[in-house]
Design a protein around this ligand. Sequence first.
Ligand code: WTA
Length: 665
Amino acid sequence: MATRQNIESVLIEKRVFSPPPTFAARARLKQSEREALQQRAASDYEGFWADLARQHLAWLKPFTQTLDQANAPNYRWFADGELNVSANCLDRHLAERADKPAIVFEGEPGDTRSLSYRELLAEVSRLANALRSLGLQAGDRVVIYMPLVPEAIVAMHACARIGAVHSVVFGGFSAISLKDRIEDAGARLLITADGGWRGGQIVELKSAADKALSLGCPTIEHSVVLRRTGQEIPMQPGRDLWWHELVPSQSPVCKPTPVGAEHPLFLLYTSGSTGSPKGIQHASAGYLLGAKLTSEWVFDLRDDDVFWCTADVGWVTGHSYVAYGPLAAGATLVMYEGAPMFPDGGRFWQTCQAHGVTIFYTAPTAIRALMKLGDAIPQAYDLSKIRLLGTVGEPINPEAWVWYHRVIGREQCPIVDTWWQTETGAIMISPLPGITATKPGSCTQPLPGINVDIVDDNGVAVTAPDAGGYLVIKKPWPSMLRTIWGDNDRYLSTYWEKFQGRYYVAGDSAHRDADGYYWIMGRIDDVLNVAGHRLGTMEIESALVAHPKVAEAAVVGQQHEIKGESVFAYVVLNGARPAGADATALSDELRRWVAEQLGAIAKPDTIRFADNLPKTRSGKIMRRLLRSIARNEPITQDLSTLENPAIIEQLRGEAAIESNPRRSR
Ligand code: WTA
């Protein structure tokens, strides 16, 4: 479906948007520089990356080896060098911009706070000292489960400062998801908060954390709890420590621990097509290099910019373009805690106006939701300072692109549609805003040094324009994932097996037009992209079958006007198939159940009960068929192997309609 949508899009929206001349004239990266970079990467790939790593990162011990391929595809970059990521983002700015705001924060209730680079460094150092006082050492894992407040960034950097490995768990995930991630990581410490604000409500983080710890998590020794909402919460003596009792008394000076370039900086769990979420493991130097370079190249960051990436730090976008890249680049970033529509649809634009945002980066799902509210809302705010717009997370439909360009960008701002993944660490395919002419719906071309291609099932490059295939990356790059935490075999099989280790397989399909522009068509595996967030169908199915009444479940994606995709679940019960009010009640119960198991984002929008699921002779669920039914598409699959063809009616939901007396024959 995504394929057809995109191809149709090309037909609908053929306009090409050149960078505005005034933007191009001032851009950090000009065409001649891009060409020089591309030539250097083509003629001396390792030299290209080594130069950039020396120019952009502050090393405590210089590296002598650039790329180590001895254990490919477990690549290592700059491996004999040492550095500290937090020092690269904070200490190194003290000479030039100590008093420049690093973070301008706005809470959902309207409270605001600004932290200069000097203040942020002091806060990070205090927490780092506190972590050391709790006995944490380099390599220990710390899980961070927090609202989107400056302390979340402080926590990430405090870990980096002492070489501890953080794993941020999005605050919207349930207690059970939190527990699974804590246990997989073997974390010693949990950093959380009493709660956070979202949509005028309190997100009960501490109670979810308590539940997670009560279910297991034997490796956790302490949890550090930030007071954010101020509501009463129970504290377990000995285990739970208030941030405000532990941190302020610490010294604001903390010597950063030098770590090897390959030392893991963080784990971030993300959904795959099978099994439980995988802990994507990133290294220190290569990751930071990717985040910093792309912040400068793609977002054209300069000292007077105010950069707002709306992502939560629970996702990779919030790692690379909130917590690390912009700070490494010395930028001022805006951070907003709450829901985009609270108290009304003007919140984003009001925030842009209030803080003088110059660069705004968000997801297509948010753009579509805001577009639906009409032009008058954004037009009521002064958005004239915005000079660059970006999108990430899923393909953007041309209608939303054009609206974003016209209404938010006043037809004066380039739009960078950035393709990348948790695994790639940094943006891989994107326009360069002062150089690339953009086409609505295309992420355009790979960045210098990134070798992307489209191949067929046999790994042969697809060269015909507009022919689809697997999106692959042909050479290792510094910010790539290093492995899956605790499961290197899964790393090898998920990303490298398909083409015998020659190419990294992104899991997306794509096509390239006659101008060499890339168009992402969507996931090829059983991963859904709901509101820009990855969800594995398997995870949701496992959650459903964990319910005592459920015998079997199959989950597919259905198109959704705002979220891009929504979760559609077919469910077979242990007992009889419910109808009418019983079906509605059970449907609600199962939706709540999934939210409790995984988090509200995984809640199915639709649940359809059936007597059984369509299967192939080998017993595999016919997912393509289920997808066609969910999407009301014509069924093109061969149904001859189906045991009970009447099931199709049920799956379509027609049985219910037939039982409606007014329609019965
Ligand atoms: C999708 C988010 C089209 C894609 C940074 C990818 C996109 C998955 C784009 C990664 C884009 C991300 N155009 N599709 N600009 N950006 N995607 O790991 O399917 O949460 O594989 O990383 O999102 O999602 P993840």
